[in-house]
Design a protein around this ligand. Sequence first.
Ligand code: ATP
Ligand code: LTN
Length: 331
Amino acid sequence: MEGKTLYSAAQPSGNLTIGNYAGAIRNWVSLQDGYDCFLAIADMHAITVRQEPALLRRRTLELVSLYLACGIDPEKCTLYVQSQVPQHAELTWVLNSVAYVGEMERMTQFKDKSRKHADNINMGLMDYPVLMAADILLYQTDLVPVGADQKQHLEIARDLAVRFNNRYGETFRVPEPYIMKEGAKICSLQEPDKKMSKSDENLNASVFLSDDRDTVIRKFKRAVTDSGNEIRASEEKKGVTNLLTIYAAFKNCTVAEAEREFEGKGYGDFKLAVGETVADALAPVQEEQRRLLADREYVSSFLKAGQERAFKAARRTLSKVYRKVGFYQGD
Ligand code: ATP
Ligand code: LTN
C-alpha cells in the first residue's frame, strides 16, 4: 500500500520567527518519518505583497538551508521551490473556476493584509487561498501541518476539493489539517493578543530564528507580562501564557509541566529562563544554516532533485484534472 502524503510550505517573505518554528517546522520534523513529505518554499505566495526581487531570491536559499538545519531530512522529504513547478499556477487557474469571489473576500488573512497593504490589494492577494489549495491538492495530500492562522485556508482547500470532485468526478484526495494544540499560535512579545509575525514593525515583538543569543535574551527580558506574579496560563494572562507556550515548544514539554517548573519563581527569572532555552535551541540551528549557506552547490543539488520529484507528482494530478474538465490533450 502507498504511504500517506504530507504537504506544507512557508513563504520566503522575511526572516522566520520562533512562531513559524513552533507552529509549523517543528511538526514537519517530527512527522517526516511516517509520511511521504512535500515541503515547499512558497515564493509565488510571497509576491502577493511587495518583495525586493534580489532579497526574495536570497531568502529562498536561506529558507531551504533553514529547513535542513532544523532537521528536515532531504532524503525523506521532497524539498522544492514552488515557482519551479509550473503545475501550481496551472491548477490554480482551473480551481479559480470553482472558487467563489465571496468566499475569498471573507478570508481573515485577506482582510488583514488588505488593511495592512491598502495601496496594493491585488488579485493575487485575494487568490492566495486558491493557490494554496492547488499546492496541497496537486500532491494528493493527506495531512497538512500548519499554524492555527492557516486553518481557514485549509477549509477552503477541502471545500474546493469536494466541490471539484462533485462536479467532475473523484479527482482529489481531501486533505486533513494538523494543528498542534501547543505552539499553534505564538504571539507577539509586545502585544500578546496578536500573532507573532515576520513583518512586525516593532523589532522587539518577534524573535527571529537568526537572532543571536544576546538579542534573544534581551527580547524576552523586555517581553510584556501581566499584572500579578503568578506564572500560570490563563485567558487573562496572555503575556505569561505566551511565554509558557514558547518555553514548552522549545523544551518539548507541555504547558502544565512548564507551569510546575516555574511555580513560586518571579517574572524576572522566568523570562530569563525562557530566553536562555530559546537561545540554546537556536544556536546549533544557526550554525548548521551557516554551514549550508556556504555550500551553495549542495543546497542547489537538493532543490534540483526536489523539483524533479515534485514535477512528476504534480504532472500526474494535473493531467487527470485537464482530462476531467475536458481540455484537449492531443489524440
Ligand atoms: P506572513 O506574516 O509573511 O504572511 P507567515 O509567517 O504567517 O508570514 P509563512 O511563512 O507562510 O507565513 O508561515 C509558515 C508557517 O508558520 C504556517 O504554517 C503558519 O501557520 C506558521 N506560523 C506563522 N506564524 C505563526 C505563529 N505566530 N505561531 C504559530 N505558527 C505560525
Ligand atoms: N500560506 C501558508 C504557506 C503555504 C502553505 C501552502 C502551507 C503556502 N502553500 C500549502 C500549507 C500548505 C502560510 O503559512 N502563510
